[in-house]
Design a protein around this ligand. Structure first.
Ligand code: ZN
Length: 230
């Protein structure tokens, strides 16, 4: 687990990946996304001053080592264990996130879980499900669709608190947008990187805007100010 940004920042973003061992393209997207959060330029600097991003890039190292398809060392699909928490991996990550969120003044804003499947896809809450920040998912994905028409993706909005998935847990627990970011197994690497970089930019703008009280972030497409970073 790594924490990016001001350790004293009370505003939190949680990112995980690789609950499922072979879903490599999801982790490739996570790398590009996280690298963009770490960039030495104005938008990312502003973001890192305001937000702490807690990243667990490899949820299931035993499963990866053993070449499992879905399961961890105990033969359990971790992304069905976020209700029972019978597995050490899910328990530890849950506890780390709850600990970060329990710091006085802390406020979670966003949860992302990177996976891979046959196509590019986002599993989200439906727009009718309330989240804070409001309408983050709709605005984020609409912005990305406009900016990257060559990256075809679907969105599937639902909420099933009994499903045991990480996204349902994070949404139930924190009331935030909690999104499974699925990357196609055969999506071109260059496009995965470019889109994930744009996804990080869009997310940072919307999160900073939510912090400032919800001014229209989509209209403000270019980072302002100098390029110096802390
Ligand atoms: Zn998966």
């Amino acid at each position: 687990m790594l924490t990016i940004g001001a350790p004293t920042a009370a505003n939190l973003v949680f990112i995980i990946s690789r609950q499922h061992p072979p879903e490599v393209t999801g982790t490739i997207a996570l790398q590009a996304f996280v690298e963009r959060l770490c960039a030495k330029e104005s938008l990312a600097c502003q973001y890192r001053k305001a937000f702490a991003t807690v990243v667990v890039p490899m949820m299931n190292p035993d499963g990866v080592l053993q070449g499992h398809w879905r399961h961890n060392n105990n033969g359990v699909d971790l992304n069905r264990d976020w209700r029972l928490f019978a597995q050490p991996e899910t328990r530890q990550v849950r506890d780390a996130f709850l600990k970060a969120a329990a710091v006085p003044g802390a406020r979670p804003f966003l949860f992302l879980d990177f996976h891979a499947t046959h196509r590019n896809l986002f599993y989200t809450q439906a727009d009718r499900h309330e989240t804070f920040p409001k309408e983050f998912t709709r605005r984020w994905l609409a912005g990305l669709r406009g900016r990257f028409p060559e990256y075809k993706f679907r969105r599937q909005g639902s909420h099933n608190p009994r499903g045991g998935t990480s996204k349902s847990w994070a949404h139930e627990q924190f009331g935030i947008p909690a999104i499974t970011y699925e990357v196609g197994d055969r999506t071109r690497r260059e496009l995965i990187d470019r889109f994930a970089t744009g996804a990080a930019e869009g997310a940072m703008k919307l999160l900073l805007s939510a912090l400032a009280g919800g001014a229209d972030a989509e209209a403000d497409s270019s980072p302002r100010g100098g390029s110096t970073c802390p």
